[in-house]
Design a protein around this ligand. Structure first.
Ligand code: SME
Length: 151
């Protein structure tokens, strides 16, 4: 891994020697919400193999959709493709799920450990085109650091 950004160093320190996954995801979402400006939602959806859905996990923001079908919306598409989806304008994304009408752009990062698909990190902004390629790289690294502490 290349050198960690400040955010990712903070995450690594915050989760040091903590094994509880809910606690780690809750503080990881709070850290993003604190460190990134111009967000309206930051949190996790966790994969449920029995239902083939992504279930709402720890987050910061307004109440959100509880279950998203694998392959649906930005969340389900990123999970199915196992690729980061950085969407400049969610209203132009086919099948976008408007949990919070304030959202205009979104980034979703899959979380997979040793081939086991755990879920996604999902971040929304009220601004169009909020997320940069630098953000994408940092958030990819954020999930790598997170995976050291969960799963
Ligand atoms: N907009 C997402 C749904 C989740 S909320 O943004 C929290 C989507 O299209 O999958």
């Amino acid at each position: 891994m290349t050198e960690l950004s400040l955010l990712n160093k903070q995450l690594d320190a915050l989760l040091f020697e903590e094994a509880n996954m809910v606690a780690n995801l809750a503080n990881a979402s709070a850290l993003i919400n604190d460190m990134y400006e111009d967000l309206n939602w930051a949190g996790f959806y966790l994969y449920n193999e029995k239902t083939d859905e992504l279930d709402l996990g720890p987050f910061q923001g307004k109440v959100a959709c509880m279950h998203i079908k694998n392959g649906n919306g930005v969340v389900g598409t990123a999970f199915k493709d196992q690729q980061i989806h950085r969407v400049a304008n969610v209203h132009e994304f086919p099948g976008h799920i408007a949990c919070d009408s304030a959202s205009n752009s979104e980034i979703v990062v899959p979380i997979t450990k040793d081939g086991q698909k755990l879920g996604v990190l999902d971040i929304d902004s009220p601004s169009l085109n909020r997320f940069t390629a630098e953000n994408e790289a940092e958030l990819g690294q954020f999930v790598e650091v997170l995976l050291k502490h969960i799963g």
